[in-house]
Design a protein around this ligand. Structure first.
Ligand SMILES: *[C@@H]1O[C@H](CO)[C@@H](O)[C@H](O)[C@H]1NC(C)=O
Length: 642
């Protein structure tokens, strides 16, 4: 057999080397993940502001947003009909990311002067009508959270764990609370603002702000006066009733020197790197075990394909041998271009573009460049990298198209530039429309939408076209075996290798690997805590990509062994099918954990999760397709020798 003309000396080592490398990478990844969780760092957005004693500094009011994010619109705090009106101007320079996140900073009337305590100060007495009270009740019952800023820090409501008494920073502070015993809603109308500062050693007259804590209280309003002492328990509280006429808002300010905290570390409490012990290493070990099993499967496949490591099996000339090499019969069909090959090329290209965007943001997060001290930074970077990634998308799409279809690269490039970015744009418009209906602050104005469209057409489009131009001018990918003119009949497959069961089955290992993480991500997404574990997310994400690619390769191999040559689309679907489970999980989570609060929030939730699942599926499908393509070309090189 000519198969033995393979270089028998070097080949046997390769799978072993590959497996060892993978294992080492895995250990390294786990180590990195631990390290990143404990020693995460970030790069500050701006230089520290040194305050003199008595220097005034503004408090900015930003937005309120549902504690269970995505389940409702974000609204501008200053424009609510039941809080103090302010004539402060909006901060002018909001970036695109901030707009999309609904950030609208408005200067409030709260007076802060460095190191001057205020016992109690009336902010305003706001007259309210029935509608305003009703809206307030609705928002409080939806767990709405308030976000203020001072010195670029979001105001936070600290809480501590009973177990370790560690102070942790929550995300904003609640608008009010609902007491189920009395069936009454209370609004927080007295704010104890506690500012922590650092005295730099060099100049004791200067102050640096290292913490902005807000302890909201509900105190029954008696005219335009300050509550006697809001911290005494058992004081009457400000309920929201149909009879409520006015709400008095008051605040007090305490300046406290923090001898431990340094300005350069002031985000630590928000990031909770050291505090949060609940990060399950377990879930990554789980993913690692799945990866190990898959690595072994792939290793065995590679060994079988190369045969050199199994001289015993190879010498046995039995029927089992033929069964294992059924795929070799397919050499005349395996590279026959699939139906809709141009669409496949577009999807693979677009998937790579998404990959660039997600990986890019996560890496920038790990490097500390994307972090919460840049409001809107995450979304802005994601959009920039996505647009630049168009070059990759255009290139890959054009090259695949040239290989599989061969004609008309310009039309194809336009399609690549439009299909996925255009759908994302339409989705943004649709979500915006919902936002306008609900007067949300996380909407773009009409001008903003036009600007985004211009960005897509004038920058992202040409970048994609340029990539496609290069892709088309590269040689078409070469296949090791030629396609026969006659199509080979496909024998009937066992039921679990048919299209639908096969694709569903392929999603299970990947979902198993991320199941625990997904639980965690959902938990944090719907709770009121910062969650910025970029390193952890990056490692999990890379594991997910490797696992789904491995699954796709193995499933494709088994299918080829069954003499079914339709692998092009299937390898894409095998890799992407985990998104079906992710979407199913999101629905289940919605039904079990979150109560639906009206048709619009249900729709919003469904649209967000569906879009996210489709995008994840496309991303994983695209990488899996490319891995499988490489694998198939590799194994058919062996046949060529034969
Ligand atoms: C402000 O109040 C805090 C807490 O009671 C106290 O530690 C601090 O010394 C006070 N600052 C001034 C300037 O009075």
């Amino acid at each position: 057999m000519a198969l033995y003309s393979l270089p028998a000396r070097s080949a046997p080592r390769r799978p072993a080397v590959a497996t060892t490398t993978l294992l080492l990478l895995l250990l390294f990844a786990l180590g990195c993940q631990r390290w990143l969780c404990v020693h995460g760092f970030y790069i500050a957005a701006s230089a520290p502001h040194h305050y003199r004693v008595g220097e005034s500094l503004p408090v900015y009011w930003n937005k309120i947003y549902p504690g269970r994010k995505l389940l409702g619109p974000s609204l501008s705090y200053a424009r609510l009909p039941f809080v103090c009106p302010t004539d402060g101007n909006d901060m002018p320079n909001a970036n695109l990311g901030q707009r999309l996140a609904g950030d609208q900073l408005v200067r409030s009337d709260i007076q802060l002067s460095m190191d001057r305590n205020i016992t109690c100060q009336v902010l305003c007495r706001r007259e309210v009508d029935g509608d305003a009270v009703e809206q307030a009740v609705h928002l409080v019952r939806q767990h709405y959270m308030v976000e203020w800023f001072a010195d670029e820090l979001p105001g936070t409501h600290p809480w501590s764990n009973i177990m370790d008494k560690q102070k942790r920073y929550g995300d904003g502070f609640p608008l009010g609370y609902y007491d189920p015993l009395e069936d009454k809603v209370f609004i927080y109308n007295h704010f104890i603002i506690q500012l922590l500062y650092e005295k730099p050693e060099r100049d004791p007259n200067q102050r640096l702000i290292v913490g902005f804590e807000i302890y909201p209280k509900s105190v029954e309003s008696v005219g335009r006066t300050c509550p006697h002492d809001a911290s005494v328990p058992g004081m009457p509280q400000q309920a929201l009733l149909p009879s409520t006429q006015a709400i008095t808002y008051t605040y007090s300010v305490l300046w406290i020197e923090d001898k431990q905290m340094k300005w350069g570390e002031r985000w630590r409490n928000y990031l909770n790197y050291e505090n949060d012990k609940s990060i399950p290493v377990f879930s990554l070990v789980n993913a690692a075990i799945i990866l190990l099993v898959l690595t072994i499967i792939i290793g065995v496949i590679v060994l079988r394909v190369l045969e050199v490591n199994f001289p015993l099996i190879a010498n046995k000339d039995n029927s089992e041998q033929d069964e294992l090499h059924g795929w070799k019969q397919l050499h005349g069909d395996v590279f026959r271009p699939p139906e809709q090959a141009d669409l496949l090329a577009v999807l693979v290209g677009s998937g790579l573009q998404l990959l660039a965007s997600v990986l890019g943001v996560l890496v920038l997060g790990v490097l500390g460049i994307v972090n919460p001290s840049y409001p809107g930074g995450l979304i802005t970077w994601a959009i920039i990298i996505y647009m630049l990634g168009g070059a990759m998308s255009g290139y890959m799409s054009a090259r695949l198209n040239k290989t599989l279809v061969g004609t008309d690269w310009k039309k194809h490039a336009v399609r690549t530039a439009i299909l996925v970015p255009g759908s994302l744009y339409l989705l943004t418009v649709l979500l915006n429309f919902f936002g306008w209906v609900e007067h949300a602050s996380n909407t773009l104005s009409f001008g903003g939408l036009v600007g985004l469209l211009a960005l897509l057409l004038c920058i992202a489009g040409p970048i994609t076209m340029a990539g496609a131009y290069i892709g088309d001018h590269c040689a078409a990918l070469r296949h090791p075996v030629r396609v026969n003119a006659v199509r080979r009949a496909i024998p009937p497959a066992v039921w679990f290798m048919q299209l639908v069961p096969g694709v569903l089955f392929a999603g299970i290992p990947s979902f198993g690997a991320i199941f625990l993480e997904e639980h965690l991500i959902f938990h944090y997404l719907w709770s009121d805590r910062f969650y910025y574990f970029y390193g952890y997310t990056l490692v999990s994400f890379v594991l997910l990509i490797i696992i789904s690619s491995f699954v796709s390769v193995s499933m494709t191999y088994f299918q080829l062994c069954n003499e079914d040559h339709r692998w092009w689309w299937r390898s894409f679907l095998f890799g992407g099918s985990v998104s079906i489970y992710i979407f199913g999980y999101a629905i289940l989570y919605f039904l079990l954990r979150l109560q639906s609060e009206g048709i619009i929030s249900t729709l919003l939730y469904l649209m967000h999760t569906l879009a996210a699942s489709v995008l994840i599926g496309m991303l994983l499908g695209s990488v899996s397709f490319l891995c499988t393509y490489y694998f198939v070309r590799r194994i058919f090189k062996v046949v060529k020798v034969n």
